[in-house]
Design a protein around this ligand. Sequence first.
Ligand SMILES: [Zn+2]
Length: 368
Amino acid sequence: MTTNSINQNNQFNTNIENSLLIKYGMNILNTPFVSDDDIQLGLGEKYLIIEKLLEAHEFAKTNVMAGNITGRGFATNVCTADRAWSMGTNFNNTRNDISSICGERSAILFSYNEALLRYSRRPKGKFDFKIKYLCMASNIDLDEITEMIAPCEDCLSWLNTNRYFNFNTLVFSFERTKEKELVVRASRLVNFLPYKTYATSNVFDLNKEIRFSKNSQTSFIKYKLDPKDALNLLSEAHKKYLDNDFSNISNQKIACSIIANDEIFSSFKVDWTKRWHIEPLEFCVGNAIEKYRKDTQIKAIAYFGDECAKDKDKIHYDGVVSIKSLGRIRQKYAQNDTLLILNFENYILITTIGEYLPKKFVQGYKIS
Ligand SMILES: [Zn+2]
């Protein structure tokens, strides 16, 4: 990967006399912006982003000091397309995901509510809410941080929509380079979601072109599988998809098949309501773990299903693949090199979890 310095221009005219930059002894010269993407930012914008990152850092620290139950502090400063800033921190009723929300989602909710309030006071035209920047920070002291903070897979599955985010949405975070230099890492949100623009197909045909990702060949060798096994797995997922003719209140059928150890497990999405369901990948993996216990090794995953849920005449692009479930299973039983097989309109893609979800969430905490 190449890292380019982001081009600067000289439009800086922000008053920073009382800013956090002074408190932390930071400026553009000692805090460069780096990115693997082509991103253009003016000098004034860079100062503002550093300040918003520092503000989020201090807010994350406050959350820990105030006794947040996880002992972890994260905060995000979000900027909307019409340049309104809002900040939110992680909110944890308990340590588990049901009653917790990450800093970035907390900030987006805050921002959305504020934008809607402004709109309700002066409704004019269409309500248009789009996020421009996400400035993410943690409570870790700036001299101790290492890698950038990336949105976790729960957040990514939440951000994986074109409704409030788009190609231009940028994510910023402090990072310390290998040379120990403190920099601001800038990334496009879509680069955390590389297949965001590709919708899978629910038309089954094994005679399509097969595309292999760069790392898939190594995974075939490691797991002693071949492309025929991958196509067979997709075919099993398709059979399971056809088998689900009763449980889909959402009118969205999704099936998943996995190879765990040397056995195939298949499951389909079961809806409780339009909104609540059992995700089929986690269902499959649960069945495999019941059988193989701690020795469970997930070698390959195939998803097949409908990209859209339908509600009367309305179509909702809820997606087939669960970023959240992939993120969970790669913590245990699956790996970054676990194969992932997806059915697109003109080809079948054989990739790996690590390539599909390119950035692993780094908590950045020292475990003592
Ligand atoms: Zn998150």
